[in-house]
Write a protein that binds this ligand. Structure first.
Ligand code: CMC
Length: 441
């Protein structure tokens, strides 16, 4: 694997932590980042002590050094390469954010034009890939199709699967950012039984995606700038989120040297789960099930009852123990979209706002620091824009692709990178002898 020099500013050991195990003291280096909590480096713990650490769900474990995204969950802060998410959502655009995440800086005017040109030259899919879709049932979940088709990209673009070649890594990255909207729109068109709409390189990234979803060959597509801006902002909000489950999946898959298309397909599979990318679909379904404001107390009570197995979808986050900064932008975008299309009195918005108000005053949610997350308002917004519920996670995948790719690239270029191989606390049977079948009781 091609490994670049370690950057000069890479954090090194700062202090040590003492660990006393069976009367033996071991010193563990404590490393400081540029922001956020220090980390105790336990990478030599097994070698030095014969012990593993135990941390199901990685709640206290940093798996890598990263320079891409920073979250301060207690203060509700999210930075991409140092820039606050609300500033990017207000002043930037998705393609510029892609450049920022991939290369570390906002592009100059020339770099932005070059990047846009590069991406738009990769928006089409190999024509033979369009025939893949007909192998799926029309009622297949679009995420099932996404996993299959994105994984299959590696069968069509061999010339960008050699991960030791920086040139091939760059081409694979551009291809994925460019082709993901095309694949996503095709899954939608396929479910409707409508012809696929080819990309338009004279449109911006997000406008092109909307026309691939909503244009039909027999009529011109009339886009709406408010919708385009709203979706572009939704893409920005979802572009990266440091070491979340799907990103960690991409890194883990990539750590074995798997090709980037296969790694992103693994990320899509992980994103599909209702605790992750599927949450906005689940949140919208929940709001529809609640149906009216007078039923909210019943659902709040159910969410607080451990035996019910029910959670308020769109509430809570592993990292944010304060208002999710993306949720604030999302709420504002939701209002803008509903105002524009004249459904300001969408009944589910009324339910959502009242549910949020009641939950934020409730002792259970206050004590557990459960605030609305990005998924709480995104479902209502996307539905108002004309997307069916089954497409919500697909849109998340389109946006998150750049984050996955930026993190994958960073991992490949990290000299500390090794194959990901967690250990375990074994609680199964101790060694025993094989018993032939006729002697088993
Ligand atoms: N409704 C009711 N109770 C909840 C909820 C909720 N939505 N979320 C957490 N809790 C309770 C949970 O029962 C637990 O209580 P206790 O301490 O008494 O056992 C406590 O809060 C801590 O929960 P946890 O499951 O240990 O926290 P976690 O960090 O493992 O889970 C989460 C985070 C997002 C999976 C969880 O909050 C959840 O299931 N939320 C609903 C699904 C959702 O909206 N997911 C979208 C996440 S944001 C999108 C993204 O970034 O991918």
């Amino acid at each position: 694997m091609n490994v670049h020099d370690r950057p000069d500013d890479a954090p090194g050991p700062e202090t040590n932590a003492d660990l006393v195990l069976n009367d033996t003291k071991t010193q563990l280096p404590v490393r400081a980042g540029t922001l956020g909590p220090n980390v105790v480096d336990v990478s030599r713990l097994y070698r030095d002590t014969g012990c593993f650490t135990y941390d199901p769900g990685f709640t206290s474990t940093a798996n890598c050094v990263s320079r891409i995204t920073y979250i301060d969950g207690d203060h509700g802060t999210l930075l991409y390469r140092g820039y606050p998410i609300d500033q990017l959502a207000d002043h930037s655009n998705f393609l510029e954010v892609c450049h920022l995440l991939l290369y570390g800086d906002l592009p100059t005017k020339d770099a932005a034009n070059t990047f846009r040109h590069t991406i738009t030259r990769h928006t089409m899919l190999h024509e033979q890939m369009t025939r893949f879709f007909t192998g799926f049932r029309r009622d297949a979940h679009p995420m099932a199709i996404m996993v299959g088709v994105v994984g299959a990209l590696s069968a069509f673009y061999h010339d960008s699967t050699d991960i030791s070649d920086p040139e091939q890594r760059a081409v694979a990255s551009h291809r994925m950012i460019a082709k993901m909207p095309t694949i996503a729109a095709m899954t939608y068109k396929y479910s409707l039984g409508q012809p696929f709409i080819y990309p338009r390189n004279d449109f911006d990234y997000t406008a092109n995606f909307l026309q691939m979803c909503f244009a039909i060959p027999c009529e011109p597509y009339l886009g709406n700038p408010v919708m385009t801006k709203a979706l572009d902002r939704i893409f920005i909000l979802h572009a990266d989120h440091e070491q979340n489950a799907s990103t960690s999946t991409v890194r883990l898959a990539g750590s074995s040297g798997a090709n980037p298309f296969a790694c992103v397909a693994a990320g899509i599979a992980c994103l599909w789960g209702p605790a992750h990318g599927g949450a906005n679909e689940a949140a919208l379904n929940m709001l529809a099930e609640i149906g009216s404001v007078d039923r909210i107390p019943e659902f709040i009570a159910k969410a607080k009852d451990k035996n019910s197995g029910f959670r308020l979808m769109g509430f809570g986050h592993r990292v944010y123990k304060n208002y999710d900064p993306r949720a604030k932008v999302m709420q504002q975008t939701c209002h803008e979209v509903l105002d524009t299309i004249g459904t300001r009195n969408e009944p589910l918005l009324e339910v959502a706002m009242e549910l949020e108000r009641i939950a934020l005053q409730d002792e259970y949610f206050i004590e557990k620091k459960l605030y609305p997350n990005i998924d709480f308002y995104s479902g209502i917004t996307l539905r108002a824009m004309g997307f069916p519920v089954s497409m919500f996670t697909v849109l998340f995948a389109v946006a998150r692709t750049v984050g996955w790719i930026a993190q994958w690239k960073e991992m490949i270029e990290d000299p500390e990178q090794r194959i990901g191989r967690p250990r375990q606390l074994y609680m199964g049977a101790t060694e025993r002898q094989f018993v032939p079948m006729d002697e088993r009781v």
